[in-house]
Design a protein around this ligand. Structure first.
Ligand SMILES: [Zn+2]
Length: 255
């Protein structure tokens, strides 16, 4: 197994495991992010291909928690791969998994062939709700219900005063503002080229980041017909109060 570098110590960081929408391409897994701080690793969204990418940075045995923002396939299907890792591990770990209400039984419907173990037995299954706050080895995680076609939860992670926020998939809503307020890094979807319910345009992501005094805006989950260059140009606010606007790339770390 190749690893891309030493694990960041101290300050909270986020490493991109995948950004593609709505299906993976060569070298571009679907949505997935690795949040790390000293002693904590959280795998946020398990889109197709992200588990392979994750293992460049940490082993599954080093993941303290998984966070599934919603049950659209481009955000969750590698949970099946993680299940296979646990049930085949010599020393299985019951990893904590947060997901939308009912997530474990939904996955049971796929894995139940051959009398397989239930997801709630293999994982420490937890359910997200709006306003949930939990601690993972010193990293505080807060869930907010955001505006998408299915129950979806954005994420705000805090450690020693450093904040990284993740929009998940969402249209404009108050919860996104609460998640992103004052974040040092805001990983925000720009999943649509023109305004569309349940997603943001680059302009909407840029306006949100400006309003919330975000330090660094990282655009992700770009619409398939939107290039990184176009997304950055469209998101950069006219008054340039956001320190940095970039587009997420696999294996890059922001913190
Ligand atoms: Zn979605």
């Amino acid at each position: 197994m190749s690893r891309l570098g030493p694990e960041p110590r101290g300050r909270l960081s986020v490493t991109v495991l995948g950004t593609a929408s709505p299906y993976p391409r060569p070298g571009e897994p679907c949505s997935g992010y690795l949040l790390r701080a000293a002693g904590a690793a959280v795998w946020a969204d398990a889109g197709s291909g992200t588990m392979a990418e994750l293992q460049r940075h940490v082993g599954l045995d080093e993941v303290d928690a998984l966070w599934i923002s919603h049950l659209h396939p481009d955000h969750c299907t590698d949970l099946l791969a993680a299940y296979n890792w646990v049930v085949n591990a010599r020393e299985p770990r019951r990893i904590r998994v947060y997901g939308p209400p009912g997530w474990a039984s939904r996955f049971d419907a796929v894995a139940s062939a051959n009398g397989a173990q239930r997801f709630a037995e293999v994982f420490d299954a937890r359910e997200l709700h709006d306003g949930l706050t939990t601690d993972v080895n010193g990293v505080s995680l807060t869930a907010r219900a955001v505006a998408h076609a299915v129950p979806t939860f954005g994420l705000r992670a805090e450690c020693d005063g450093h904040v990284i926020a993740y929009s998940a998939d969402s249209g404009p809503c108050r919860a996104l503002t609460d998640l992103a307020e004052g974040a040092h890094v805001f990983v925000c979807e720009a999943g649509t080229k023109a305004p569309q319910t349940g997603h943001l345009t680059p302009e909407q992501a840029g306006e949100l980041a400006t309003r919330c005094n975000v330090g660094q805006l990282v655009l992700t989950h770009l619409a398939p017909d939107l290039t990184r260059t176009e997304a950055i140009a469209r998101a950069r606010p006219a008054d340039n109060t956001v320190a940095s606007v970039t587009a997420a790339s696999v294996a890059l770390t922001y913190g």
